[in-house]
Write a protein of this length. Structure first.
Length: 239
């Protein structure tokens, strides 16, 4: 009877992906948009109850928004401005909420503003959206450069480790953090034994003999699971 052993004596832990930014480009863009919308509504004085959606739209029309830009629905009024579409909810439970749709992103707030203040906030926000778009593009460009540099460094470090560690029978997961490399090393021992069935019980009772059959596995590996994420593009529409 042939017995084969495959015993890992050091348990590895997979490294986490590291980014220059704590979020992906898509998540960062969403966060920048959410902060932008929240800031425009939160910096204005709130009232106890939000003004009716109809009054907000009437105020927008008084300030120059064409009536053709407004769509009336049962639960909301939609106002399409130059850079985004604003859904102003008129029925419960969403009454007083505004959803801003911009470049396939949506963010909803419930600021409890008067109709006049709400209209002013919407108009000012729409006028400043091109500036947000510029900031987002600049940020994504910088992030892409940093992440590409991170990817190149990961590949370089991985090649150096792979040139040495597998031949030693060592497995490795790693991540690069600044000017330091973190490595989780593993080594697997294995062995094969042929013996008569009648000797099996004695063999199993001799722990030293069992361990003596083991030797390092020569099939080491280097796992570059910590490489930077670049992605294939962004779903956001920037001209």
């Amino acid at each position: 009877m042939k017995i084969e052993f495959n015993k890992t004596i050091i348990k590895s832990s997979r490294s986490q992906r590291r980014y220059y930014s704590p979020l992906t480009p898509e998540e960062e863009t969403k966060q920048m948009f959410a902060d932008f919308v929240s800031e425009h509504f939160n910096r204005r004085k709130k009232v106890g109850m939000p003004g009716p959606a109809e009054e907000t739209v009437a105020e927008l029309i008084r300030q120059g928004v064409p009536k053709s830009s407004v769509t009336f629905c049962f639960s909301y009024l939609a106002v399409e401005l130059a850079h985004a579409t604003y859904y102003i909810y008129r029925t419960e439970p969403d009454r007083g909420s505004v959803q801003v749709n911009w470049n396939r992103l949506r963010f909803t707030v419930k600021p409890a503003l008067s109709s006049k203040v709400m209209a002013e906030a919407i108009l000012r926000m729409d006028a400043e959206l091109p500036a947000l778009e510029t900031r987002v593009k600049e940020f994504l460009d910088r992030l892409a450069v940093e992440m590409k540099a991170e990817e190149i460094l990961q590949v370089s470090v991985g090649a150096q480790l792979e040139a040495v560690l597998p031949a030693m029978g060592l497995g490795c997961t790693f991540s690069v953090k600044g000017d330091k490399v973190h490595m989780d090393l593993t080594r697997t021992f294995q062995g094969s034994v042929d013996l008569p069935i009648a000797e099996l019980q004695a063999f199993l009772a001799d722990h030293e003999r069992i361990l003596g059959t083991l030797h390092p596995d020569g099939n080491g590996y280097v796992d570059d699971s910590g490489h930077a994420y670049l992605g294939s593009g962004t779903p956001f529409l920037f001209p």
